[in-house]
Design a protein around this ligand. Structure first.
Ligand code: FES
Ligand SMILES: [Fe+2]
Length: 385
C-alpha cells in the first residue's frame, strides 16, 4: 500500500493518508529526555507532540455555509455548515482527483468540489458524481470526516478521522454565567503549542514582559507553589501572593488583599489561569490552543471576569489591558520562535520556578504516544514574586 504523508516543511504531522482515504496516525515520538526533579535541567531536543482530542477550529459565528480551510497540526481540513446548520469538518482533499474541497461550494448542505462537481455530505459520503449513470455512493469515494461540536462560542473539531469521540469537548468554566463578563478573542501566536501554553502559565516573565501591567521586579516576597496532578493535566497553586500592584490588579481588586491563583494545563490543549482576588473578584482565563504548523499556534481565549465594577466599565478598561498583555506575549514568542529556528532547535535550561513548562511537554509527549502515566506526587516549591 502506498502511503502519502501530509507534510509541512520538513516536519510531518503524524498522519498518513493511504490510497483508500483512511488516515492512520504515525508513531514518530521524540524522546526529549527531561528530569523534573533536578534543579537545573537541559533540553537539547524538542519536537512538537500532538495529543489526540478536541481542538477549537474557529469561532462558531465564523463557520457558515461557505467552506473554510484550516490546518490542524499541519493537516488541511475544510469546515462548513450543512443544511441543518450543523458544523462539519472533512479532510480538504477531494476523493476524486484531490482538488481542495475548500475551493468548492456548499449546495443543499453538501460540499461540491469545483473540479468535476463531486458532492460530499458532512460525514464525507459521496452524494453526487455528475455524469455517472450508477450510484454515487461508494466506500472508496469517501472523504475522511472529523467530529464537530459547537460549544460555548467555538467550533471544536476532534483530531482523529472517522471516529465517534468517547467524550465531549472541554467545558469552559464560568463562561456566560450570570454575574460574569465574558470576552472571547482569537490570536495567532508564534510558536509550538507547548511554548504558547508555557508562556500563558508562566509567572516569572510577567515582571519583565508585562512590566507595570502586572508584577514588578522589585520588593519580591516569597510565596509557595503547590504543583499537583489533576484529571487530564496538571495544576499549580500559588499561595501567599498579594494582589499585584500593576494596572490589571488594581482594576480587579481595588481594595487589595491576598490573591488566590491557580495555573492549569489540561490535555490536549487547554491553558487556564484563575485568580480570586476577593470574594467579589474572580477571573478565569481559558485558552484553547490549536497547533496549525510547528511554529504557529492559534489561541482561542475565553475570559470570564467578575469584579466590583459595572460590566460596561470593566469591558472598556479590561479588554484593552488584556489585549496589550497578549500582544506583548505574542512579541516575545515571535522572538523565541525565531531564535529556536535560527539555532536549529531548542536548548533550554530550566529551574524549579519554570513551574509547568516541562510538565506540559511530558504530558503532551505521553498523550501523543498513547501512554498514560498515573498522577505524580504533589510537589511544593518556593518562589519570589
Ligand atoms: S477532483 Fe474533485 S470532483 Fe474531480
Ligand atoms: Fe505573558
Amino acid at each position: 500500500m502506498s502511503l502519502v504523508r501530509a507534510n509541512y516543511g520538513n516536519e510531518t504531522n503524524g498522519f498518513y493518508a493511504d490510497e483508500t482515504n483512511g488516515l492512520q496516525r504515525g508513531a514518530e515520538i521524540a524522546h526529549v529526555g527531561m528530569n523534573e526533579a533536578s534543579p537545573v535541567q537541559s533540553d537539547t531536543e524538542s519536537k512538537a507532540n500532538f495529543a489526540p482530542g478536541w481542538y477549537v477550529a474557529a469561532a462558531s459565528a465564523d463557520v457558515t455555509s461557505r467552506p473554510m480551510s484550516f490546518l490542524l497540526n499541519g493537516l488541511p481540513l475544510v469546515t462548513f455548515r450543512d443544511s441543518s446548520g450543523r458544523g462539519a469538518a472533512l479532510l480538504d482533499r477531494c476523493a476524486h482527483r484531490n482538488a481542495p474541497l475548500s475551493a468548492g461550494r456548499v449546495i443543499e448542505g453538501n460540499i461540491r468540489c469545483h473540479y468535476h462537481g463531486w458532492e460530499f455530505d458532512g460525514s464525507g459520503t459521496c452524494k453526487a458524481v455528475p455524469g455517472l449513470c450508477g450510484e454515487p455512493e461508494h466506500p472508496g469515494r469517501r472523504v475522511p470526516s472529523f467530529a464537530c461540536r459547537d460549544s460555548q462560542g467555538w467550533l471544536w473539531v476532534y483530531s482523529e478521522p472517522n471516529v465517534t469521540p468517547e467524550h465531549e469537548p472541554y467545558e469552559i468554566p464560568c463562561a456566560d454565567q450570570p454575574g460574569y463578563l465574558t470576552i472571547r478573542e482569537r490570536l495567532e501566536m508564534p510558536g509550538p503549542l507547548d511554548a504558547v501554553a508555557e508562556n500563558a502559565l508562566d509567572v516569572p516573565h510577567t515582571a519583565f514582559v508585562h512590566a507595570g501591567l502586572f508584577r514588578k521586579n522589585q520588593d519580591r516576597k516569597a510565596i509557595e507553589v503547590v504543583i499537583r496532578s489533576v484529571e487530564g493535566g496538571v495544576e499549580a497553586q500559588f499561595i501567599g501572593e498579594q494582589r499585584p500592584e500593576g494596572l490589571a490588579g488594581r482594576i480587579l481588586a481595588p481594595q487589595g488583599g491576598e490573591v488566590f491563583h491557580w495555573d492549569r494545563f489540561l490535555l490536549p490543549c487547554i491553558a487556564q489561569v484563575e485568580y480570586r482576588l476577593s470574594d467579589r473578584s474572580h477571573i478565569i482565563a481559558t485558552t484553547a490552543l490549536t497547533p496549525r504548523t510547528p511554529t504557529v499556534t492559534d489561541l482561542f481565549a475565553t475570559v470570564a471576569v467578575k469584579a466590583p465594577i459595572p460590566n460596561l466599565v470593566l469591558r472598556s478598561v479590561f479588554r484593552p489591558v488584556a489585549m496589550r498583555i497578549l500582544r506583548q506575549d505574542m512579541e516575545i514568542l515571535r522572538r523565541q520562535t525565531e531564535q529556536v529556528a535560527r539555532f536549529g532547535g531548542e536548548d533550554f535550561a530550566s529551574t524549579e520556578i519554570d513551574v509547568l513548562g516541562l510538565r506540559i511537554k511530558k504530558l503532551l509527549r505521553e498523550a501523543a504516544s498513547g501512554r498514560v502515566s498515573g498522577p505524580q506526587d504533589e510537589r511544593q516549591i518556593k518562589m519570589l514574586v
